[in-house]
Design a protein around this ligand. Structure first.
Ligand SMILES: [Zn+2]
Length: 607
C-alpha cells in the first residue's frame, strides 16, 4: 500500500527527573485479527541481545475513546485485541543508559537510539513513519533543541516538531539528542556536515571542523564521488569520561571525555585527541562499510534475534584498519604517530593468547555470546575481530600492493564493494569479499584468506611490513603500563632478565586484584585464579601500583612466596618466576629507497 497513511509516533520526555520517555505509536488500519507491536532485541551495529523491552515500565492501547486490551506474547511483543479504528499503543520507557546504544533522559538532556524506544508495527515495517518529537514541559527546558539527521516535516532546523522516515528501518537509524548543545558546520565535497556537542566543554570547534573536513574528504575519496548522504551529523556527548561510538547511515553518536577534544590555542594534537579523531574516522567509514555495504545476513536485519555472519572481520576489521590509516593520509597525524599506533595494535594481538584458539571467522560468528560478553578468561580464549581484522586488512592491502607491483590496493576492493553491493543494496554473501578481492586484483588470494580468516596461524606481518620499509621487532614489556609502539628506555639485557607474573590486575582495598590470569604465565602455573587478591609478595604488602617494583628483585627461575585471598581464605603460593614474553612490538623505518617509495605511496606521504 504505497499511499497508506504513515505510522505516527509521538515521543515526549514526560518525566526527565524520573528518566521516563512516553512513546506512542498510532496505526490507522490495524490488523483486523489483532495488531502486533514489538521492540527490537538488539540495535544494529552492536551485536548483543539487549532486550530493549526490559525498560518498558507500562504499556496500554486505545482506539478512539476506548481502551483496547493488550497481551504480551513474548518478551518483546504486544498484541492488541482487534480494533476497528486507529489504534494507539503507549509505552512508558525508562531511559537511564549513558551509552550511545540505548536511551538516556534527565533534566540536563535527552538522547535516544531508535531501537530502544520505537516499536515495530508487525506486518507494516515498510510503511512510512512520522515522529512528533516534543519538548518537555516547563520553563527550565525552554532552551532545549533537537539534533538529528531524520528528515524534518514540520519542524524548524534543530527544533522540536514532526520528522519523517521512509520506513521503520530508516526511523531507527537516526539517533536524536535533545537539550542544549554547541553546533558547528563544515562542508566536505559539497555536503554539509554538522557537529553537535552536548555536555560542558571548551573545545576549539573551529579546529575540530577543519580537521574533520580533511578526514571526511579523505574517506569520500576512497569510495568516490558522489558521497551517498545528503548531510551528515557528528553527535558528540562530552562527559567526564567514556569512549564509544555507534554508526548510522547519515550520522554517528559518539561519547568521549571532554579532555579528548582539542583546546583553543594548542596546535599539537594530544594523544587523546588523536584517539578521538580515530573514533570519528571509524564511524564515518561505516557510512559506507556496514551501513550501505552490508552482509547478506543483515539484509534485512532480523531485529528479534541474533543475526549470524562470519564477515564482521571485514566490516569492523577493515573499518578499524582505515580509521587510523586515513588520519595519516589526511595529514592529521605524522608517519611516526601512525607507526606507534600500529605497533600498539600488533602488541595487543600478540598479548592475546586466544588468537591461537579462535579464528577471526569464529570470533565474528560468536560476537553475540563472546566479544560483547567478555569475562576473565576472554584473553585466553578469544580474539577480537576488530583487532585481528584490522591487521588482516593491513596484510591484505600490503599483499595486494606487493603482488600487483603497486597497481592495485585495498582501496580498489572497497570501491568495488561499494559499486556492487553498497550502491545496489544487495547483501554481501559470506564469501563475497574474498571472491571480489580476487576478481578486482587479478591475483589468487585463497591461501591468504584460508590462513588469515580460518586458521590461527600468525599473520605474515613482519614480512609484509618489511616490503614497505618497516622493521618489526618484539621485545618484553617494560611495565604494566607499556602498551608498545615505542622503543624501550630500559637496556635490552636488563629487560630480558625481568620477570612477570602473567596477570592483569586492578586496585583493591586489600591489595592487587587479579582480573585476568594469562595462559603460560607463572601465576597460572602456580594455581592463582582470576578474582584472587594478592596481598603480599615475599612477605611484603603489595598493591596494583607497586607490584612491578616488588617483583623487580627477582630473576627468571627464582621462587617467590605469594599470599592471596580467594574469597575469605588466605592462600599461599610458590611462584617460579618467568621472563617476560616477547609480546611488545616496536616498528622502525628501514633505509631502503624502493621500499620507502612503496611506503610513501601507501600512506600518501609527500616528498
Ligand atoms: Zn565499528
Amino acid at each position: 500500500m504505497p499511499n497508506a497513511v504513515p505510522i505516527r509516533y509521538i515521543i515526549v520526555p514526560r518525566s526527565p527527573e524520573a528518566h521516563l520517555f512516553e512513546v506512542t505509536c498510532t496505526v490507522d488500519d490495524p490488523d483486523p485479527n489483532g495488531q502486533g507491536f514489538a521492540l527490537p532485541a538488539w540495535a544494529p551495529g552492536s551485536y548483543l541481545i539487549r532486550d530493549f523491552a526490559r525498560n518498558v515500565v507500562a504499556a496500554q492501547a486505545r482506539s478512539g475513546r476506548s481502551s483496547v486490551p493488550i497481551a504480551k506474547v513474548d518478551k518483546h511483543t504486544w498484541v492488541a485485541a482487534p480494533a476497528r479504528g486507529p489504534l494507539t499503543l503507549t509505552l512508558q520507557v525508562y531511559a537511564c543508559d549513558p551509552s550511545v546504544r540505548a536511551a538516556h533522559l534527565d533534566a540536563s538532556h535527552g538522547f535516544f537510539n531508535g531501537p530502544s524506544v520505537f516499536v515495530r508495527v508487525l506486518g507494516k515495517e515498510g510503511r512510512a513513519c512520522e515522529v512528533d518529537i516534543r519538548a518537555p514541559v516547563g520553563s527550565r527546558y525552554r532552551s532545549w533543541r533537537v539534533a538529528t539527521t531524520m528528515r524534518r516535516r514540520h519542524a524548524p532546523m534543530y527544533g522540536f516538531g514532526v520528522y519523517r522516515a521512509a520506513s521503520y528501518d530508516e526511523l531507527i537509524d537516526h539517533p536524536v539528542e535533545m537539550g542544549t548543545f554547541t553546533v558547528a558546520r563544515f562542508e566536505a565535497r559539497g555536503i554539509p556536515h554538522d557537529i553537535a556537542i552536548s555536555g560542558r566543554h571548551d573545545a576549539d570547534v573551529e579546529r575540530l571542523c577543519a580537521d574533520l573536513r580533511h578526514l571526511c574528504e579523505s574517506h569520500i575519496a576512497v569510495f568516490g564521488l558522489p558521497a551517498p548522504m545528503r548531510r551528515y551529523l557528528f553527535l558528540v556527548t562530552a562527559a567526564s569520561e567514556g569512549y564509544g561510538g555507534l554508526e548510522h547511515r547519515d550520522s554517528t553518536a559518539l561519547l568521549c571525555s571532554r579532555e579528548d577534544l582539542p583546546r583553543a590555542g594548542i596546535r599539537e594534537a594530544s594523544e587523546a585527541y588523536r584517539v578521538f579523531l580515530g573514533l570519528c574516522s571509524h564511524e564515518y567509514f561505516h557510512t559506507w562499510n556496514v551501513k550501505r555495504i552490508k552482509p547478506a545476513a543483515f539484509t534485512p536485519y532480523d531485529l528479534g534475534r541474533e543475526n549470524y555472519t562470519r564477515l564482521l572481520w571485514a566490516f569492523e576489521g577493515i573499518t578499524s584498519y582505515y580509521d587510523d590509516l586515513q588520519l595519516v593520509r589526511a595529514g592529521l597525524i605524522s608517519e611516526s604517530d601512525y607507526l606507534e599506533t600500529l605497533g600498539r595494535s600488533i602488541t595487543s594481538l600478540v598479548r592475546t593468547a586466544g588468537r591461537m584458539k579462535q579464528t577471526v571467522e569464529q570470533a565474528s560468528f560468536d560476537a553475540w555470546i563472546k566479544y560483547y560478553r567478555p569475562d576473565e578468561n576472554s584473553p585466553n580464549a578469544q580474539v577480537s575481530y576488530y583487532l585481528k581484522g584490522s591487521l588482516i586488512a593491513l596484510c591484505l592491502d600490503l599483499t595486494i600492493r606487493s603482488r600487483t607491483r603497486g597497481r592495485k590496493s585495498l582501496d580498489d576492493l572497497m570501491r568495488a564493494l561499494w559499486n556492487e553491493y553498497g550502491k545496489t543494496g544487495l547483501g554481501v554473501p559470506e564469501d563475497g569479499v574474498e571472491r571480489l578481492a580476487e576478481r578486482v586484483t587479478g591475483i589468487r588470494l585463497r591461501t591468504f584468506f584460508d590462513r588469515a580468516l580460518r586458521s590461527t596461524d600468525e599473520l605474515p606481518l613482519r614480512r609484509l611490513l618489511a616490503s614497505v620499509g618497516i622493521d618489526m621487532r618484539l621485545r618484553p614489556a617494560e611495565s604494566a603500563a607499556d602498551k608498545g609502539g615505542k622503543p624501550a628506555t630500559t637496556p635490552a639485557r636488563e629487560l630480558a632478565s625481568r620477570v612477570t607474573l602473567g596477570v592483569r590486575v586492578t586496585d583493591d582495598a586489600a591489595g592487587a586484584r587479579l582480573t585476568h590470569v594469562l595462559d603460560n604465565g607463572a601465576a597460572q602455573a602456580a594455581g592463582l585464579s582470576a578474582g584472587d587478591v594478592l596481598v603480599a609478595v615475599d612477605g611484603f604488602k603489595v598493591s596494583a601500583a607497586n607490584l612491578d617494583r616488588r617483583l623487580a628483585r627477582h630473576r627468571p627461575g627464582n621462587v617467590a612466596t605469594v599470599h592471596a585471598f580467594r574469597s575469605d581464605q588466605l592462600l599461599e603460593f610458590k611462584l617460579v618466576m618467568r621472563a617476560g614474553p616477547l609480546d611488545t612490538c616496536t616498528l622502525a623505518l628501514i633505509a631502503d629507497r624502493a621500499a620507502g617509495n612503496r611506503r610513501r605511496a601507501w600512506l600518501r606521504l609527500r616528498g
